[in-house]
Design a protein. Structure first.
Length: 168
């Protein structure tokens, strides 16, 4: 017989230990923001080709940025217990880093609501990186997506969180 987890400590479990969406209806709407980061590592020739705008599939960076923005808006459809949210801001930055070589990705998501947007920022970074891979896989299949993580989150009952910036 499987032992039940103490549901009092996990908000996504009900009294019986079954999955549930957290009820946030009694919470105050506050401004919340989350920033997530990640990297995609590739060969120097692949990075040079993308930066020159010569990738076989076209605008790699523009397509990846739009994909990340669209993904953040779809997070509740992808992660089962996430709340659908009226997001106010999504910004995706894709910065070349020749020392990797590859790209550093940063997504900032902001909202005024009863719950946070950490998952939306992480989803934006993840899908941006996957789209970069998809758009450039004809050039290189060995690219590596790495270090996707929450950099910071502000607002809400649990307080602010600031991770440590990792250097390349």
């Amino acid at each position: 017989m499987q032992e039940k987890i103490n549901s009092n400590s996990l908000s996504h479990l009900n009294e019986s230990g079954d999955a549930q969406m957290v009820d946030v209806s009694d919470k105050q709407k506050t401004r919340r923001q989350a920033i997530a980061t990640g990297k995609i590592i590739m060969s120097a020739p692949t990075l040079t080709t993308i930066e020159a705008g010569n990738a076989p599939k076209g605008d790699v960076l523009g397509t990846a940025k739009i994909a990340g923005i669209m993904a953040a808006k779809q997070t509740a459809n992808l992660i089962p217990l996430c709340h659908p949210l009226p997001i106010h801001k999504i910004e995706v930055e894709i910065t070349p880093n020749y020392d990797l070589p590859g790209y550093e990705i940063k997504a900032t998501v902001a909202i005024k609501a009863e719950t946070g947007v950490e998952m939306e920022a992480l989803t934006a970074v993840s899908i941006t990186a996957l789209t970069l891979y998809d758009m450039a896989k004809a050039l290189e299949k060995s690219m590596e997506i790495t270090e996707i993580r929450l950099l910071s989150k502000t607002g809400g009952k649990s307080g602010d969180y600031y991770g440590v910036e990792k250097s390349s």
